[in-house]
Design a protein around this ligand. Structure first.
Ligand code: SF4
Ligand code: SF4
Length: 73
């Protein structure tokens, strides 16, 4: 039996992001990076869903949600 790894979707709301770099510095998997002074999701596959970025973003600009195996996107 093959057990699929859980996947997570990370979304950055660029309207809220003020480019503080905190999420880029905190993410243990280097999922996030900066482009034009805004955070963006550079490596979505690497996300472990730890939610550090979502919890610590001072502007509530990041949302981490689980993607079910059935609705793999
Ligand atoms: S922590 Fe939030 S405000 Fe700061 S760069 Fe990341 S998304 Fe933008
Ligand atoms: S949930 Fe964790 S692994 Fe995923 S982008 Fe945020 S800090 Fe990185």
């Amino acid at each position: 039996m093959v057990v699929k790894a859980r996947k997570f979707k990370v979304t950055v709301n660029k309207d809220y992001c003020k480019g503080c770099l905190l999420c880029v510095a905190l993410c243990p998997k280097n999922v996030l990076a900066m482009q034009r002074n805004k955070a963006y999701v550079a490596d979505p596959e690497a996300c472990t869903g730890c939610q550090l970025c979502e919890i610590y973003c001072p502007d509530f600009a990041i949302t981490v949600s689980k993607i079910s195996d059935e609705n793999d996107q």
